[in-house]
Design a protein around this ligand. Sequence first.
Ligand SMILES: [Zn+2]
Length: 391
Amino acid sequence: MGYWKEYALKIDERGFDDIDKHICSECVEDEFLKNWIEENSIETGECDYCHRIHNIVPMEDIMDEVIMKTIRKYYENAEGNMHWDNEDYEYWGSTYDTEDVVGDFAEQISSDQQVIDDIINAIHDITWCKYDPYGMTEREVCEYSWKSFSDTVKYKNRYFFLQQYDDEDYERYSPLSILSIIAENAKTLGIIKTLPANFDFYRVRTFNSKNEVLLDDANLGAPPKELASTDRMSARGISAFYASDKLETSLKEVKNKKPNHNIIAFGKFNNVRDLKYLDLTDIKSRSLPSVFDLNQYTLREAILFLKDLNDDLTRPIEELHEIEYVPTQIFAEYFKFVEHLDGIKYSSSKDHNESCYVLFFDNEQCIYDSKKESWRQNCELKLVDANIIKK
Ligand SMILES: [Zn+2]
């Protein structure tokens, strides 16, 4: 084969024309791209964008090795992958031009418009569609399955939903599958953690009159089952210990809940052993792996899904809409009974920068009975301080 024919084939296959320029790490935004340039640079010279002397790589190399690979992970040629409608003379589904596609990554690639323009002009002008245009990504399947699970347990089937199977026709996981996928993702991301013994938990209770106030563990701990009301992570009748790591946060949580209760007391409890818990607050601050780091694609998708899920789990809910708590209550029970966790840490709906805990301990497990031998003790949380803070 002659040189030019071979060259034309190469250009055709890689999907972009030559860009006769070099670029340095200062002229790209994304950390992965910066590192890639530093690691793959074999010469120091003038960057064609900032015109300074740096370690540089040919634009073609970074296009071929990184940028086109990433674009092809998310988009593909509509021709051959989408159905063409001969009557309306268009594809079935959304299509994109090269400018749209590059625009999707432009912010991460570079703030220098010349870099973006060079990339757009070099890529062959084809009609693009999303990768696998009629299917869903794993993240979309998870999001759809979680939504479907929430709707099922709220409006259709609250107690026998575990009988459902994965639905391959509709690309939907069963309720049990989606819960176990969430748990697996949580393990991969390391957000199932251990809290050492003697951690300070603050729990606040309000009282109607002074005669009611009893500052002991039975009264300041988790409510007895008869009084356990519907809450974010526990259903009516199922007692759980809701608390915070700061007194101020616990106060914000109870504010305006019972307007006629004007006496506020707090109890500080310590866990007697190490606790295993799911830390949903960690997911909020977790940074995403670079979109160009295709080895981390699955992890990136898992984080994105858990971030959305966390927003859904911790959104403020008006008290009257008890039904909205059903999915999170089942979610919590899954982690309690299937994953054997002691609790969940989540963002306070009153202040998203502060944390709340639900520990799966009932009233009895907050009571320390000094008359019992240690092996008979059922106590998980010990009251270490208590007082009235406002009258
Ligand atoms: Zn530069």
